[in-house]
Write a protein that binds this ligand. Structure first.
Ligand code: GYE
Length: 323
């Protein structure tokens, strides 16, 4: 009996070693690995779904989560990362609000031997051994998809197409890349012109505010709105309606994410298309965490699959949407 118990204890300890161990619990190594996660904030429906996915997948996998919300501020993320290092967590994952400015803190994590996984957004560092992998979408391709949709939707032989653009957070990977991909496609056709472009910080409130400013400033007709996320488009829809115009008709709108709010706006005829950006990356994060703890190699980039949805597909697709 006693021997059996000791064997079981030894086995579970071995299993704990394979899984990786928390190093901070009263000096004893706990069986559950500990992951510190620094999230950007709760700026959009996308982000809320992303947080829920990460929390539920980690809980299911028995990985202990220390979660920190940065309220969209890089300084808060850096503080959170330093605190995870001080707590000697087994792993750090984070979604970097902007691309630059991470080198120092990532070196501190490396010096402490704590592997770092990036989720959703990229960093701009000279040494890519500072992180294990990036799990996230191809934002340049999403921008291209928005551009291609617009090209297809514009009748041949039409005149000038005047576009306004609501950019995401200044300096963030999705804002930089979506803008680049969109331009790559539309710049080939001289009819398309981006007449105004400004950040709405990925939020509804700012999307509305900046769209109001666009509408006031533009004396000529705005044909198209390209918004880097659905939330800003939804905010802008309000501004367009308050200006007495019909969103989706007077001004065509294409945005990115594919959240439920976008499908509802498409059903109502107010949004023309949304490019999917899948926030449900919790299970892929768990797989990556396990690979790191078991010392299996990982590719530097893990992509997420996604598509494009238009108004005519909205009603059929909405009940099946998970975010
Ligand atoms: O598109 C936006 C969110 O980084 C892909 O961040 C993410 C973006 C997403 O605020 O809604």
């Amino acid at each position: 009996m006693k021997r059996g118990f000791m064997l079981a204890a030894a086995l579970s300890c071995a299993a704990a070693l394979v899984m990786g161990c928390s190093r901070d619990a009263s000096g004893d190594r706990a069986a559950q690995p500990v992951l510190g996660f620094s999230q950007i904030g709760a700026e959009s429906e996308w982000r809320t779904a992303n947080t829920a996915s990460i929390k539920s997948s980690l809980a299911k996998a028995g990985i202990q989560l220390r979660f920190s919300d940065a309220q969209q501020k890089q300084e808060n993320q850096i503080k959170a990362l330093r605190s995870f290092i001080a707590q000697r967590v087994d792993l750090i994952a984070f979604s970097p609000v902007v691309e630059s400015g991470w080198e120092t803190v990532l070196r501190e994590a490396k010096a402490a031997n704590i592997p770092v996984i990036l989720t959703d957004r990229a960093v701009d560092v000279s040494d890519d051994s500072l992180y294990v992998t990036l799990i996230g979408s191809d934002f340049v391709e999403e921008g291209r998809k928005a551009g291609r949709w617009l090209l297809q939707d514009t009748p041949a032989g039409s005149g000038e197409v005047r576009i306004v653009e609501l950019q995401g957070t200044v300096g963030s990977a999705p804002a930089i890349d979506r803008m680049e991909g969109f331009h790559e496609v539309i710049d080939k056709d001289p009819r398309f012109k981006v007449v105004r472009s400004q950040s709405g910080d990925f939020t509804r409130a700012k999307g509305k505010e900046v769209m109001e400013a666009f509408l006031k400033a533009e004396s000529s007709k705005i044909d198209v709105l390209f918004a880097h996320n659905d939330d800003m488009a939804i905010g802008a829809i309000q501004a367009i309606e308050e200006a007495g115009l019909k969103p989706g008709k007077d001004i065509k709108i294409v945005s990115i994410d594919g959240v439920r709010g976008a499908f509802k706006a498409m059903e109502a005829g107010k949004l023309n298309a949304t490019i999917e950006c899948n926030p449900l990356i919790g299970d892929q994060l768990v797989d990556a965490v396990k690979a790191v703890l078991e010392k299996r190699p990982l590719p530097k980039r893990i992509l997420v699959e996604e598509g494009v949805f238009t108004q005519d597909q909205a009603a059929a697709a909405l009940p099946g949407r998970k975010y």
